[in-house]
Design a protein around this ligand. Structure first.
Ligand code: PEP
Ligand code: MG
Length: 906
């Protein structure tokens, strides 16, 4: 007996039992098939049908694009079943059965694959349908759609060869919209379309079974169309999932203006997440019309007055579906002469903002757990929410000065600024070859435009509504988008778009606001958004912190008891404030050399160049006063939380002019006969301090040992600042971090000396402040001798930037802009190790060091403060290794908090 390839909707519960999970059912029947069958089993009105499995599709590709053995026979048996259920028969001259043939993969790929509608119509069954429905217009409209759809999808002809004659016909007859065409008109068009097919050397089969057979072939083939492949790559969908094929009894939304139509609705607003039905309806229309965005639609509430029974039922059933699937649903439905049918339900695509709001709301409605909500939001979503928005002031000014070009439906929020281009290929070229910021402009988008859409910063269209193709794709990928900007006149041929007197040409700048639906004919300024205003995100992240803390408690030996925390790399009080607002639990790295920038570098320069001790001391005193104030404010902002202050790290010549600049300057002066003593002196010093490999030279702890006065001054300033803050009633927790250690002897040399300075300051103020001395682990030798180093160091912080540089032997300043890119292109390395931790190499050193360190000093705090601290995969690694915290830039803190929780839950 051959394998079972075909499944009736009625069989879904058995399949679920047999396959063991709903996920397995979706993999087998595809999302559309599984959900249609589930709806039918829940007693929701679904037209009878069956599904040919994704396994059949994969087998089809294995056996040279032939139906697998037994599949066609099983299809015929299933078709018989539908005939019995509906009392209709394929090809019947009295009561013919018409079906659709719909694609549907396990993960939804909106509009990427093909669907053929109205299969079963031919010259004979059309007459039967006219008798049955008494609606000749409807029948010919459906028939011409079949010819057109079949020709394009199965026979591979172009849509334009049908659309153009239709447009010409309408023009001739002075008509604007499709719904103005009469029965006679559609009859003429049907004949015309059939002739077009023949003129192109193809054949439209009159045999309904042949129509079904070839449509199934075409749907299988559409799994491997170029656009489907591009989409899968972007959406990370594996190529071997395959599509299922659903054969479903046709119901007709084009059976009359008053009581028929077709709609698409989301159970919640996919743009904002608000709990309100959101959708569109087209009266007297069929299938793809709404999704394609080809005609402007009515809002879904218009059903309430026009077909109240169907509306009421739709509301009830759609809410039932949302509860059943515990997710916002995106539903396609049809009303045929007042009777409602559900044609599809799936988890709705939504913006990052809506994702967060819906997840939080569903927890509060008791439908899902906090853990589930957290897993439904990705670090990229949080990143999107922290993306720039337009500065309201500059936007208001642009409105006042007449720069507002057009308004449309706010389909996908966010701010985008770029140059306009009118074709998908051009958009792609401008981005890939010229690195331009691009805004795609189209009358409406189609699945073939996806490659251009995905590289664009923003999109706007002249037609279509909130569920049109452009809107759905843009929302899914977080691309700001405005659709249905109907005041615009787009001349696709000449590549211009006009509103009134304003004419924009290809390459002109615009700003698209997907939140308000506005398009501006200028470049607008953007700003970072305010996290405190994002109530749901704040709540979700606080749940993430709670879970991390709770799970952390449960972790095994050698683990800290707090769970992985997120700290911040912050150098100034303003950064610290932002970090705290974003939820940092401490400062993991304050790079004190950043406090010596700007005018202060001149004071440091005085110290570096001083010949006399007095000069040196004066410069140090000047720096100390400034640094004390800096630290005091930092401790005030971070009161009650640890602040890790790293002693000066870079080579001192970074604070002096470069050797080449100086040589040029002094030579020019000399050539002019000018003798500048200061410059000559500076040149001598810079020459003396020059190093061939400064990153491996006099920096970090080496500098502290060679020039202890500078770090002694820093320690004094830290503890003076802490005492001042304490006196003001704050709770400073200073932790001193010594950089770039590679041997315990270095710590032995400098740490006691510095501890003495700290103790003296505290004694002077008679204050008791808790503090620690720890070290960065940035060299392989330090990592290899973590046990020894932990004798003195009370905490470790992995400086993974330097540790990566030194483990690979790559100069991080040169590699990323040089050979590393080539390495990645060639696949020599799978990943940039400066971006995501190299777990096999650098990670191995980290693991060893953590184990040795905590064996020597149980429960010691250990973190990561290199750039990796804000990167989701490195955070997962940090969590697995049992680190105390990751420290990252303030703007990445929300992303890191979510990632830290994902690391525990996944
Ligand atoms: C590091 O090396 O990872 C680090 C945080 O220090 P810096 O980047 O300042 O060298
Ligand atoms: Mg470093």
């Amino acid at each position: 007996m051959s394998k079972k390839w075909v499944f009736l909707f009625e069989e879904v519960n058995e399949v679920e039992k047999e396959r063991g999970s709903w996920n397995a059912v979706r993999l087998l029947l595809g999302g559309k098939g599984a959900n249609l069958a589930k709806m039918a089993s829940l007693g929701i009105s679904v037209p009878p049908g069956f599904t040919i499995s994704t396994e059949a599709c994969n087998e089809y590709y294995k056996v040279n694009e032939k139906f697998p053995e037994g599949m066609w026979d099983q299809t015929m048996v299933a078709l018989k079943h539908i005939e019995e259920k509906t009392g209709k028969k394929v090809g019947d001259t009295v009561n013919p059965l018409l079906v659709s043939c719909r694609s549907g993969a396990a993960q939804s790929m909106p509009g990427m694959m093909d669907t053929v509608l109205n299969i079963g119509l031919n010259d004979v069954t059309a007459q039967a349908m006219i008798k049955l429905t008494n609606n000749e217009r409807f029948v010919y409209d459906s028939y011409r759609r079949l010819v057109q759809g079949y020709a394009c999808i199965v026979l591979g002809l172009k849509d334009e060869i049908f659309e153009k004659p239709l447009e010409e016909y309408k023009k001739e007859k002075n008509m604007k919209f499709d719904n103005e065409l009469t029965a006679e008109d559609w009859k003429v068009m049907t004949e015309k379309f059939k002739k077009i097919v023949i003129d192109h050397g193809k054949e439209f089969p009159q045999d309904p079974i042949e129509q079904i057979r070839l449509s199934i072939h075409a749907v299988f083939a559409s799994w491997n169309s170029d656009r489907a492949k591009v989409y899968r790559k972007k959406a990370n969908i594996p190529d071997d999932l395959g599509t299922a094929v659903n054969i479903v009894t046709m119901v007709f939304g084009n059976m009359g203006e008053k009581d028929s139509g077709t709609g698409v609705a989301f159970t919640r607003n996919p743009s904002t997440g608000e709990k309100a039905l959101y959708g569109e309806f087209l009266f007297n229309a069929q299938g793809e019309d709404v999704v394609a965005g080809i005609r402007n639609t009515d809002p879904i509430v218009s059903l309430e007055t026009k077909i109240p029974e169907a509306y009421k039922k739709f509301i009830e059933e759609s809410q039932r579906l949302e509860k059943y699937f515990t997710e916002m649903q995106d539903i396609e439905f049809t009303v045929e002469r007042g009777v409602l049918y559900f044609l599809q339900t799936r988890d709705g695509k939504r913006t990052a903002r809506a994702k967060v709001k819906i997840a939080v709301d569903l927890v509060e409605e008791g439908l899902i757990t906090k853990e589930k909500a957290i897993l439904r939001v990705s670090p990229d979503d949080v990143d999107t929410l922290l993306h720039p928005q337009f500065n309201e002031k500059s936007q208001e000014e642009a409105r006042k000065s007449g720069k507002l070009f057009a308004k449309g439906v706010a389909a996908s929020p966010g701010a985008a600024v770029g140059r306009i281009y009118f074709e998908a290929d051009t958009c792609e070229k401008k981005v890939k070859e010229e690195n331009q910021d691009v805004i795609m402009v189209r009358t409406f988008t189609k699945p073939d435009d996806v490659h251009g859409m995905l590289v664009s910063k923003g999109i706007f269209t002249n037609q279509g509504g909130a569920t049109s193709h452009a809107a759905v794709v843009a929302r899914q990928f977080g691309i700001p988008c405005v659709v249905g900007a109907s005041a615009t006149i787009i001349d696709q041929e000449n590549k211009t778009v006009r509103v009134g007197d304003i004419l924009l040409k290809e390459g002109d700048w615009v700003s698209v606001d997907g939140t308000t639906g506005e398009i501006f004919a200028c470049k607008l300024e953007t700003i970072k958004p305010d996290l405190t205003k994002q109530v749901e995100l704040t709540k979700l992240l606080s749940w993430a912190d709670e879970i991390c803390a709770k799970e952390g408690m449960r972790s095994g030996e050698n683990m800290p008891s707090k769970g992985l925390q997120v700290w911040a790399n912050a150098d100034y009080p303003a950064d610290a404030k932002r970090a705290r607002m974003f939820g940092a639990k401490g400062i993991g790295l304050c790079r004190t050399e950043h406090m010596f920038l700007g005018d202060r570098s001149l004071i440091l320069r005085k110290f570096i160049l001083a010949k006399e001790e007095k000069e040196k001391q004066n410069a140090l005193a000047e720096l100390q006063a400034l640094q004390t104030k800096d630290f005091e404010e930092l401790f005030v902002e971070m009161t009650g939380l640890p602040v890790i202050v790293r002693l000066i790290d870079p080579p001192l010549h970074e604070f002096l002019p470069t050797l080449t600049d100086l040589i040029e300057e002094v030579s020019t002066l000399r050539a002019k006969g000018v003798e500048d003593k200061d410059k000559e002196n500076l040149l001598t010093n810079v020459k003396e301090m020059h190093e061939s490999n400064p990153m491996l030279g006099l920096r970090g702890v080496r500098l502290s040992i060679v020039k202890p006065e500078l770090v002694q001054m820093q320690i004094t300033a830290v503890f003076e600042g802490a005492c001042q803050a304490k006196k003001r009633g704050f709770e400073p927790i200073p932790e001193i971090m010594i950089p770039l250690v590679s041997h315990i002897a270095e710590l032995k040399q400098i740490q006691p000396e510095l501890e003495k300075v700290a103790a003296e300051v505290l004694k002077k103020y008679e204050l008791d402040i808790k503090y620690k001395f720890g070290t960065m682990i940035e060299t392989p030798r330090a990592a290899l001798t973590g046990g020894e180093i932990a004798h003195l160091a009370e905490f470790f912080s992995f400086g993974t930037n330097d540790l990566t540089q030194m483990t690979f032997g790559y100069s991080r300043d040169d590699a990323e802009s040089g050979f590393l890119m080539r390495y990645l292109q060639l696949g020599v390395l799978p990943e940039n190790p400066f971006k995501s931790i190299d777990t096999d190499g650098v990670g191995k050193l980290i693991r060893m060091c953590v184990t040795e360190g905590r064996t020597q000093r149980p429960g010691m705090d250990i973190g990561i403060c290199g750039e990796h601290g804000g990167e989701p995969r490195s955070i997962k690694f940090a969590s697995d290794v049992g680190l105390t915290y990751v420290s990252c830039s303030p703007f990445r803190i929300p992303i890191a908090r979510l990632s830290a929780c994902h690391a525990l839950l996944k």
